[in-house]
Structures are given as structure tokens and as C-alpha cells.
Write a protein that binds this ligand. Structure first.
Ligand SMILES: Nc1ncnc2c1ncn2[C@@H]1O[C@H](COP(=O)(O)OP(=O)(O)OP(=O)(O)O)[C@@H](O)[C@H]1O
Ligand SMILES: [Mg+2]
Length: 428
């Protein structure tokens, strides 16, 4: 694989590569591919340079199922972003989803030699290594190690123990794993689109970076990114990630339910969902009708909007109950003080915010991406949360810790300091 990366390096020689201070986030979604190019300004903030967008092809439920199609749609989005900026992009930070991602919490402890010794960065690495030394099946790999909380001589709530004195260091971590082959397929698709992968990041962690406030991460929030093919959950508490889950259901399932229930083509079902769809029955008058084109040569029909609403509401209720069950299992009796934040294109469905609030029994808001200068109204939209978050994380020091060329490397991304999740990520 080393020679492969060397060969790739040569392939890139002809390109005008702008590595310095240019950051690129690539959201390989089930519905769309979005590439964001940003530059790091002298004050450390990020400014948008250009964007590229393409309809997704070759992906199902967040996973690559056709390499050539996926690579072509990635290249299309990249071409647009590169042409608009007159830049040629080499390294990208890529978002990944799919229900092959799994996670667990783990605990590790080490003794600091001597009586009340100073904790060093080396001790931090040792204790994290102790926590992550859990048997992982051979076909899986660790993609993220996210420290939650350190304890020094049983005193917790420590985010960065370096420099403190103590004799026993404990840590709780959240570990995200994925199926190696499926992760490799994503990297290969990006490589085939003539770019290299700096880092693969679980999509909801990127979306959270773009939409959550510091207070929400501290007090306790569930970020739910409803995409086209997956619904991605991340629970934040005390500035740390406590739970992540990818559910294989998204906006495309709502569209499919409508297409089947109304006997109409998928693209018409998608249009009807966006234009007249709602999950709140009280927003529909009894006599409201929707013009529904037939499949093939069949004639259009006028169908009660109440039926459209009922189909969407049933799917929404099922999806929200699934989310609620996972949250209950993950949280036990711990409350989410700051409630829930919904983002992703699926969160745009009319009435979903209200229905979620009712189902979850907690405050819910829509998450619009922020944190990058130059975002206009069109881009400060839930569908761009992941791409913008990837750009933010790509610019952070944490995002630069490891680069994956061709095959994924062995060392996963360790957030050495939980504070990197606490709002302003330390941009390079
Ligand atoms: N106004 C709207 N009303 C209802 N649904 C919408 C609206 N706008 C977008 N969507 C839905 O959002 C989904 C796409 O969202 P998004 O772009 O976040 O997905 P993705 O990132 O490509 O997919 P994934 O994250 O699952 O890989 C589609 O199913 C689309 O129908
Ligand atoms: Mg997405």
C-alpha cells in the first residue's frame, strides 16, 4: 500500500496543490455530495472560498455500493468547487456514515509512578491506550477515540490532566469503530476522484461541530442529523461525546413511503413531500387536495392532503420512536438539559420539529451550520451542516493528527483534549 500512496503522490504532482491554509471538507452523503473549500485567516477563523455540489450516485444508506458512480459524483462536486476557486484540491476531510459504524464507552486506569507525580502527555496517551485495549473483531477498526473525562486519584470532571499531580489516572472514553472494508471503499472512491483522504470523520460529529453551541455540549444535547439514507445521533454531555449511533433510515424512506402509498414516481413523491408534505394533521384542512401524477402513462389524480400527511406522520413517528429508544438506553435516568438539535435535510420536513418535541418530551431546535465566514442564507442550511463541520474539523489541530493515504492507517483519531469539542476548535 505504501507504493500505492507513492504512485498516487506522483499522480498529483501535475496539479497546482495549495495545501497551506486551504481546508477542504467533503460530505459524501446518500443524497448529495458537497465539497467546501475554506481558507484559514490570520486570526485563525475560517472563511468560505467555494463550494461544489452534485447529486449522489453509487451510495445506499451511507455506504458505497458502486465505486465508479460514487467517484464520478465526488469528482463532479470537486470540479465545481475547484473551478469556482481556481484551486486544485489534494487532501480532503471526509464524512462517513452507514450502520456499520458502532460505538462503545470504555474505561482505563494507570498508576503514575512515585508519590504524587506530575501527569504528562505521555501518561495521557498511556491511560487512553489502556482504555481502548478492548478486543475489536478483525474486520473492524477504530475510527475515533473521544476522551470524556479524566479522574486523578478519583477526583473527576478533569478535561486535561497534564501538569496536575496525582498517583492514579483514570479516563472514560467513547470509541467509534467501523467495518474496515466499507471505510476503505469510501477512501478508494475519493482516491479515484483524484483526491487524498486526510481524515474520515463520523458525519454526526462533523454536523455537531457546525451546529451545536458550547452550552449545549456542556449541559447535554442530542444532535440528530436526518439525512437521505441515514439518521445519525450523537449525545454530548460535559463537553464530551457519550453516545453515537447511525440508524439506516432517512428522508429517502419518507419519499419511498409516499411513492408507494400514492402510486406516484419517486421524483414526484420527493416534490410532493417538500412542497405540500407535513407531519402535523392540524395543519391540513379536510378538503385540501394534492395533484398526484400517476406512474408511467397513468393519469394524475387528486388525492386528499390528509392522506399525504398521514403517510409522512406514520414514518416520522416510527423513526422518532427508534431515536427515542436509543436515547433512553444510552442515557438511563440522565436528563438532556439542552434538549435535542435536529439538522440534515430530513429535518426540513414541515412539522417535524414540533412532532419531535412532543415525542421526546424535551425542547427541540433546528441546527443551522455556523462558524465559517462567508456563509450566505443558502449555505447556512441543515443539508450543509456536515460539510461545514468537516471543514471546521479539518482546520483544527485535531483534524491534522493523522493522514490516510490509500489504505487506512492503524492509529485512529484521538482527541487528546476534550476541550477541542468545547466550541472554538483551535484552528491551525
Ligand atoms: N424541505 C424539505 N422537506 C422535507 N424533506 C427535505 C426537504 N429538503 C430536503 N429534504 C430531504 O432531506 C434529505 C437529504 O438530506 P441531506 O442532504 O442532509 O442527506 P445526505 O447528507 O445526502 O444523506 P446521508 O446523511 O443520509 O448520507 C432528502 O431525503 C430530502 O428529501
Ligand atoms: Mg448527511
Amino acid at each position: 500500500m505504501a507504493s500505492d500512496s507513492h504512485k498516487r503522490g506522483k499522480e498529483f504532482e501535475g496539479k497546482q496543490v495549495k495545501k497551506n491554509r486551504i481546508i477542504c471538507g467533503l460530505d459524501v452523503g446518500t443524497t448529495k455530495i458537497c465539497m467546501m473549500i475554506a481558507q484559514v485567516l490570520p486570526d485563525g477563523s475560517l472563511e468560505l472560498v467555494s463550494t461544489g455540489y452534485a447529486d449522489s450516485a453509487g451510495l445506499k444508506k451511507g455506504v458505497i455500493v458502486d465505486l465508479d458512480q460514487a467517484a464520478a459524483s465526488i469528482r463532479k462536486a470537486a470540479d465545481e468547487a475547484e473551478q469556482k476557486s481556481n484551486l486544485s484540491i489534494d487532501w480532503v476531510t471526509v464524512g462517513a456514515a452507514g450502520s456499520h459504524f458502532q460505538s462503545f464507552n470504555s474505561h482505563g486506569a494507570i498508576t503514575i509512578e512515585g508519590n504524587h507525580q506530575e501527569v504528562t502527555a505521555e501518561h495521557m496517551t498511556q491511560v487512553i491506550n489502556a482504555a481502548k485495549s478492548v478486543a475489536i473483531p478483525p474486520d473492524r477498526e477504530i475510527i475515533h477515540i473521544l476522551p470524556q473525562e479524566f479522574f486523578l486519584d478519583e477526583h473527576g470532571d478533569i478535561q486535561n490532566p497534564v501538569g496536575l499531580y496525582g498517583s492514579r489516572l483514570d479516563v472514560n472514553i467513547h470509541v467509534v469503530t467501523c467495518q474496515s472494508a466499507l471505510n476503505q471503499n469510501l477512501i478508494n472512491a475519493v482516491n479515484r476522484a483524484q483526491m487524498r483522504v486526510k481524515r474520515v470523520i463520523l458525519q454526526q460529529l462533523a454536523s455537531a461541530e457546525a451546529v451545536l453551541t458550547k452550552d449545549e455540549r456542556e449541559l447535554g444535547t442530542a444532535l440528530v442529523d436526518i439525512g437521505g439514507g441515514t439518521t445519525d445521533i450523537a449525545i454530548f454531555m460535559k463537553n464530551a461525546v457519550h453516545f453515537t449511533k447511525v440508524l439506516p433510515v432517512g428522508g429517502a424512506h419518507f419519499t419511498r413511503d409516499l411513492a408507494i402509498g400514492l402510486q406516484t414516481p419517486m421524483e414526484e413523491a420527493e416534490r410532493i413531500k417538500k412542497e405540500t408534505g407535513t407531519v402535523l394533521t392540524e395543519r391540513v384542512q379536510d378538503d385540501e387536495l394534492v395533484e398526484v401524477p400517476g406512474i408511467g402513462t397513468r393519469a394524475s389524480r387528486s388525492i386528499s392532503r390528509t392522506l399525504v400527511c398521514g403517510i409522512l406522520r406514520d414514518r416520522a413517528a416510527e423513526m422518532l420512536e427508534l431515536v427515542r429508544d436509543h436515547l433512553r438506553k444510552a442515557l438511563g435516568s440522565d436528563p438532556l438539559i439542552a434538549g435535542m438539535v435536529l439538522t440534515g435535510g430530513g429535518s426540513m420536513l414541515d412539522g417535524l420539529m414540533e412532532l419531535t418535541e412532543e415525542t421526546m418530551g424535551m425542547p427541540v431546535r433546528q441546527g443551522l451550520p455556523i462558524g465559517v465566514k462567508g456563509l450566505n442564507d443558502e449555505l447556512s442550511h441543515p443539508v450543509y451542516a456536515t460539510a461545514i463541520g468537516l471543514t471546521l474539523l479539518g482546520a483544527s489541530k485535531a483534524g491534522n493528527r493523522k493522514k490516510s493515504v490509500g489504505k487506512t492507517g492503524n492509529s485512529p483519531w484521538i482527541f487528546t483534549r476534550i476541550l477541542q469539542w468545547a466550541g472554538n476548535v483551535g484552528h491551525e
